[in-house]
Ligand binder design. Structure first.
Ligand code: HGY
Ligand code: MN
Ligand code: MN
Length: 434
């Protein structure tokens, strides 16, 4: 039997009562595991509307409907599952996360929040909770930005933080435009963009996510609350030189963009290390593409992507300026060209203190005083935090590793996360609290 089973231990409930089903998060994650498993990179690769993402979305619809939820896709390709339970038509309490991944990512980054949201709703239904407002579980589109390069695409469009024109023109590595990919999935590209009515219909957003980094394990807590997200952005750096023969070209006549790329990668680390410790600066080049890419040819062009993060926006700007300065100097010395394009920038996020306190109070009877920790990872909750009260729950990640097949959480902690989310959603939908 799959993860959705009758509350009373598996046998079918009495015919006259609607089946109250429980959703076991561990079994649900096991059911998702084959979808998008990446045999080349390891881990999982699930990108906006590729086959794996479509299968994940189909799972979301199937599972949400099995819980009696109303399922819809909004104009920006975000999926929503709503439990009304006869409550007032007041703005909803929302939870959820994303089902897309980075290339070769882990099994929990995103899916844990969506699965836990559905499992928490199933739990509340089974206990007979009557929410005083709708509860909504979201699957936000293209949170990782792995297909079109811009993170939190669905939530940023919803919130009006990205222009529809820009998004329609985004292209993936095969040259397909976002407009074409969305149209191919039944989303009208002419309608993407701000959705103020839907945003106004959300009272708050509480996202559960696997911890990324290792803060909870030393504290001995299975669940934590988020305080803030580092400011962060992505820059595409295109270096141009002169393609030539690796053997026949004398060293003093080369214009090798790969050499400039090496300087960029070195500078990213060196400049982050040299930054003021309080800025918590970090910079990474994780993706690089060389043209023509022959092992016996000097590249004519190299494109690399710089990911830079720090405590505050100004710290990120200073870090990136220093790195780009180094790149420009290296490029001039090698007789190459440099073009830098800012692909995305997410300002520092402080989560809603009042909502976080209310969630902490709801968790206290079961978990005591839950730790509050900052994160260096971006989330849809970080986008929505500028538009409505938002908070995050983290589930302990023993090794802290993420964006890697080695990301993980124990079954016990996964279930503790659902307990905590159910406690929070119950409190937030009881007696007009939200
Ligand atoms: O990159 C991030 O921080 C997030 O995983 N999208
Ligand atoms: Mn991620
Ligand atoms: Mn994530």
């Amino acid at each position: 039997m799959g993860p959705v089973e009758a509350a009373a231990g598996g046998e079918a409930p009495a015919a006259e009562a609607p089946a109250a089903v429980l959703l076991d998060p561990v079994a649900a994650l096991a059911e998702l595991a084959p979808l998008g498993a990446d045999p080349v990179r390891g881990g999982w690769s699930r990108h906006l509307f590729d086959d794996a993402d479509r299968e994940m979305r189909a799972w979301f619809v199937r599972t949400a409907r099995s819980l009696g939820l109303d399922v819809e896709v909004d104009r920006n390709a975000n999926q929503w599952a709503t439990w009304r339970a006869g409550g007032a038509a007041a703005p909803a309490v929302a939870t959820g996360s994303h089902l897309d991944s980075v290339p070769g990512g882990g099994p929990l980054d995103g899916p844990l929040g969506v699965v836990s949201g559905l499992a928490a709703v199933a739990r509340l239904q089974a206990e007979g909770h009557r929410p005083d407002r709708p509860i909504r579980v979201a699957n936000f589109a293209e949170e990782e930005g792995a297909r079109f390069g811009v993170p939190c695409l669905g939530s940023q469009l919803l919130a009006g933080d990205l222009t529809a024109e820009r998004v329609r023109a985004l292209t993936d590595t095969a040259g397909a435009t976002a407009a074409d990919v969305l149209a191919g999935a039944g989303i009208d590209p002419a309608r993407i963009g701000p959705d103020p009515d839907r945003l106004a219909d959300l009272a708050l957003y509480l996202e559960l996510h696997v911890e990324q980094g290792r803060q909870l394990a030393p504290l001995g807590h299975p669940v934590g609350l988020a305080t803030s997200i580092l400011a962060h952005g992505r820059w595409r750096v295109t270096l141009t030189g002169r393609g030539d023969h690796a053997g026949a070209t004398e060293l003093d006549s080369r214009h090798d963009p790969m050499l400039v790329a090496a300087a960029a990668i070195r500078s990213a680390r060196d400049r982050a290390v040299a930054a003021e410790p309080g800025t918590r600066s970090r910079a990474t080049v994780g993706k690089l593409h060389a043209v023509p890419g022959g092992s016996n040819a000097i590249a004519s062009e190299v494109t690399l992507w710089l990911d830079a993060r720090a405590e505050h926006d100004a710290d990120v700007r200073a870090l990136v300026a220093a790195i780009i300065g180094d790149v420009e100097a290296a490029s001039a010395a090698e007789g190459c060209g440099v073009v830098v394009v800012e692909e995305s920038f997410s300002t520092r996020v402080e989560f809603d203190a009042d909502l976080t306190d209310r969630v902490a109070a709801a968790l206290a009877p079961r978990l005591g005083d839950v730790p509050r920790i900052p994160t260096g990872a971006g989330h849809d909750a970080g986008i929505l935090a500028a538009h409505l009260p938002a908070a995050m729950l983290f589930v302990r990640n023993p090794d802290g590793v993420s964006h890697s097949p080695h990301e993980g959480a124990s079954d016990q902690d996964i279930r503790a996360g659902v307990d905590a989310l159910a406690d929070a959603l119950r409190a937030l939908t009881s007696g007009g609290a939200a």
